[in-house]
Ligand binder design. Structure first.
Ligand code: PMP
Length: 369
């Protein structure tokens, strides 16, 4: 049988997720595994968010509030904007996809860094738009001047992940403002700040919302999946000009943020202590990992996120496999175009210990120790 799948979709591949613990357990027969592959919150969700989701579960026979009224209002208020600036979705993954639906089609172009977050590619590809990938600089940062030079009259969107995934690098506020100001008016810059909370306060880091508030053509994306610890319940959010939000509202499916997710997100926003501890612990853990790996002779990319990306000095898959046999799941960046790099998420202190011990046990650890 042959179906008329659109050629643009035939050329696409499914997203390669971090491997679930159960899958690796089954495969290797290991029981004590640590997953440091998906940049999740190792402290878990806020207990207040769990309680809120449980309460909301009682009414799961009823459709969610399609407008997410309270969550939208709260996000707007906390960020000094109005509810008609707020984007919400089933993870920022979905927001990225819908923005692609809103702005891209055959004959239009999208510019992104290389490597950067892989879902941007799908937003262009599924809409038949041309994907233009601009290599990062030698120090693994977005090359904003080169990205600006890659913009043509057909470009409609540029994605900048700040901090970037998988490298953890940032561009400065000055660089970003100069970049946005130099672009023609038909281009929307999407600043993906999924790891914002971990970079906030780092030297040179800018809150993308300051660009939006100053009237620049940007959309700023955030998520409850990382610092807020709600990856499993799927809520992403963002802020953009009301004209963009209106178009986004027309293109999205109505009940994409479910009722448990809306309540969990609201409760997570209120648990400022959990957020603060998450960020403190992630920054401490990332320094430990960076110092350890540097001490072992690995080239480490200084990170502003809750993960660390480093050059293994050989094929990333080899070291990743060795670590897997020690029960530590990390993410080789091979498929992302960094065939020698591994990205390791910052876990709890004891998970970081496990990672350190695992590296020391590998051949690489022995060679460089
Ligand atoms: N943007 C970036 C840069 C990411 O790394 C991720 C998660 N890996 C996302 C967006 C999507 O996050 P979520 O859909 O869970 O909000």
């Amino acid at each position: 049988m042959s179906y008329s799948i659109r050629p643009a979709v035939q050329r696409m591949r499914p997203y390669p997720p971090g491997r679930p613990i159960e899958e690796v357990q089954r495969e290797l027969g290991l029981s004590d595994l640590v997953k440091l592959a998906s940049n999740e919150n190792p402290l878990g969700p806020s207990p207040r968010a769990v309680e809120a989701a449980k309460r909301a579960a009682e009414t799961m026979n009823v459709y969610p509030d399609a407008r997410s009224y309270r969550l939208r209002a709260t996000l707007a208020e906390r960020n000094g904007l109005t509810p008609d600036h707020v984007l919400l979705g089933c993870g920022s993954d979905e927001i990225i996809g819908i923005l692609g639906d809103v702005f891209l089609e055959p004959g239009r172009e999208m510019v992104m860094g290389d490597p950067s977050f892989i879902r941007y590619e799908a937003a262009a590809q599924v809409n038949g738009a041309k994907l233009v990938k601009v290599p990062l600089t030698a120090d693994y940062r977005h090359d904003l001047p080169a990205m600006a030079a890659a913009v043509t009259p057909d470009t409609r969107m540029v994605f900048v992940a700040n901090p970037n995934n998988p490298t953890g690098t940032i561009v400065s506020g000055q660089e970003l403002e100069a970049f946005v100001d130099a672009l023609p008016g038909h281009v929307l810059v999407v600043l993906d700040e999924a790891y914002f909370e971990f970079a906030d306060g780092d030297e040179g880091h800018v809150d993308g919302l300051s660009l939006l508030r100053s009237g620049r053509r940007v959309a700023v994306l955030r998520t409850f999946s990382k610092a807020y610890g709600l990856a499993g319940i799927r809520v992403g959010f963002g802020f953009a000009d009301p004209e963009v939000v209106q178009a986004f509202e027309s293109a999205r499916s109505p009940f994409d943020v479910n009722s448990l997710a809306q309540e969990a997100a609201l409760a997570a926003l209120d648990d400022v202590a959990h957020l603060a501890e998450t960020v403190r612990s992630a920054k401490e853990g990332r320094r430990r990992i960076e110092d350890f790996l540097t001490g072992q002779g690995f080239e480490v990319i200084p990170s502003h996120a809750n993960f660390v990306c480093f050059d293994t000095g050989g094929p990333a898959a080899d070291l990743a496999q060795e670590l897997l046999h020690q029960g530590v799941i990390v993410r080789p960046c091979t498929a992302l175009g960094l065939p020698r790099h591994i990205r390791v998420s910052v876990g709890t202190p004891s998970e970081v210990d496990r990672f350190v011990q695992a590296v020391l046990t590998t051949t690489k650890g022995k060679v460089t120790a």
